[in-house]
Design a protein around this ligand. Structure first.
Ligand code: SAM
Ligand code: SF4
Length: 446
């Protein structure tokens, strides 16, 4: 009988990608993914350490799992609990002190060893948070597409050391997969039904992998090669750093119709003083110039971003500069976070920590502005047509849901036969976070 595996995923798309790969690594052992933790033989909590709140959520989830584990034991069964991801990497053994019922702690670079770790955990608790010299990608099975939209991790880790960020410590040094392994994985995903591939990396546009015939390529060249794969309709990439937005990548936005006209390009702050303290190594004007070049290359490019408010030392003038940058760019959507001091990062030890109520008040103001921009962007689509990749059933019977080229969530009443295809839809109304549409002309499914 298949063993039940439940994976709870926190954080970014890279964690969602890792969770899918963990399930694939465990499949030969008879583990099949279950929708919930109740009755599971193995539960993996794939964690995120980016903000304090995220790590705290993990420990309350572990407490809940503890009760299910006890119930399973009282029925004569056994539920193993594994903690994976960046909290595992950052805390290592210390997780056992707070949650002694955890069986496995495994970091983001060693989850390909899960079969051995599960076997060892039957006897005693085990930790594996190495940064092995051989990349895990060499040991992972060929991925399977799970629906028309797939993630593909091309780059991991980061060498930028922004002063607020734990990624360089939890994910390690920057590593780029070779072009050959990325292209092979992309072809396998397309053969398995993927129409859209999102290339992932903590700093995805820093990708500089081994080229097919020696030397290295940058992300722009890789995208051109991917675009030549028959059957692949859409390419996206995330998350990018402004400094790595090179000419070739900007040109790919101009020349490659498969590259979607939407870019998540975090800026964090509009104040040069704060950008310097964050060690972002660019000024607000540099960001604006990059946006200008991108829009010159692709007129309809829509942008989103990440912002941190209340970074140590941020005053009203700095925050006003952030609001000003937002007004100048005009975002289609963006994420704003209160600064969260992460132990071991340089910013955590800085003077001038901003009081929580000030962070909350600034966050609220920024979110109002970003929300207005997103609503205006969505409203502008009413009455127009858009190509939508219909990738899942909607919440209501007869409804399908998907994404426009600009990452807008779109809902439409449509027959299930057009699920997993790109359809031309007419946008009939807009909500702040989504669009409603009707079918304009039904296309043969891809
Ligand atoms: N590599 C990307 C870049 O350079 O912008 C960002 C990757 S990071 C995993 C995702 C986002 O989390 C960041 O853009 C930042 O806005 C936010 N973040 C990271 N550390 C944070 C912290 N200590 N407090 C609040 N937000 C944080
Ligand atoms: Fe973190 Fe991104 Fe800065 Fe790297 S570039 S340290 S991932 S915020």
């Amino acid at each position: 009988m298949a063993k039940k595996l439940f994976i709870k995923t926190y954080g970014c798309q890279m964690n969602a990608y890792d969770s899918a790969r963990m399930a694939e690594v465990l499949a030969p052992l008879g583990y099949a993914r279950a929708p919930g933790a109740d009755g599971a033989d193995l539960v993996i909590v794939n964690t995120c350490h980016i903000r304090e709140h995220a790590a705290e959520k993990v420990f309350s989830e572990l407490g809940r799992l503890r009760r299910l584990q006890q119930r399973r034991a009282s029925e004569g069964g056994r539920m193993l609990i594994a903690v994976a991801g960046c909290v595992a990497q950052a805390e290592g053994n210390a997780i056992f002190a707070r949650a002694p019922y955890v069986d496995i702690v495994v970091g983001p670079q060693t989850y390909h060893r899960l079969p051995e770790l599960v076997a060892a955990a039957m006897r005693a608790r085990i930790v594996d948070c190495d940064f092995p010299p051989e990349p895990k990608f060499d040991h992972l099975p060929e991925p399977r597409a799970d629906g028309p939209s797939a993630f593909l991790s091309v780059q991991e880790g980061c060498d930028k050391f922004c002063s607020f960020c734990v990624v360089p410590y939890t994910r390690g040094a920057e590593y780029s997969r070779s072009a050959a392994s990325v292209l092979d994985e992309a072809r396998a995903l397309v053969d398995g039904g993927a129409l859209e591939i999102t290339l992932l990396g903590q700093n995805v546009n820093a990708w500089h992998g081994e080229a097919l015939a020696g030397g290295t390529w940058g992300l722009g060249r890789l995208i051109r090669e991917l675009a030549a794969i028959p059957g692949l309709a859409r390419i996206r990439y995330t998350t990018s750093h402004p400094l790595d937005m090179d000419e070739e990548l900007i040109a790919a936005h101009r020349d490659e119709p498969k590259l979607m006209p939407f870019l998540h390009l975090p800026v964090q702050s509009g104040s040069d003083r704060i950008l310097a303290a964050m060690n972002r190594r660019h000024r607000a004007a540099d960001y604006l110039r990059i946006v200008e070049r991108l829009r010159a290359a692709r007129r309809d490019l829509a942008l989103s971003s990440d912002f941190i408010v209340g970074f140590p030392g941020e005053n009203e003038e700095d925050f006003a500069a952030t609001l000003d940058l937002v007004r100048q760019v005009g975002f289609a959507g963006a994420y704003a976070f209160k600064y969260s001091a992460r132990p071991g990062t340089p910013a955590a030890a800085k003077e001038g920590q901003v009081p929580m109520e000030v962070k909350e008040e600034r966050l609220a103001r920024l979110q109002v502005l970003l929300g207005e921009q997103q609503a205006a962007f969505n409203r502008a689509w009413v009455g127009r047509s858009s190509d939508v990749l219909l990738e899942r059933r909607g919440r209501y019977p007869g409804q399908l849901a998907g994404r426009s080229p600009y990452m807008q969530a779109v809902h439409v009443r449509a027959p299930a036969t057009v699920l997993n295809s790109v359809q031309r839809l007419r946008i009939v109304s807009a909500q702040p976070n989504s669009l409603a549409a009707e079918i304009e002309e039904e296309r043969a499914c891809a």
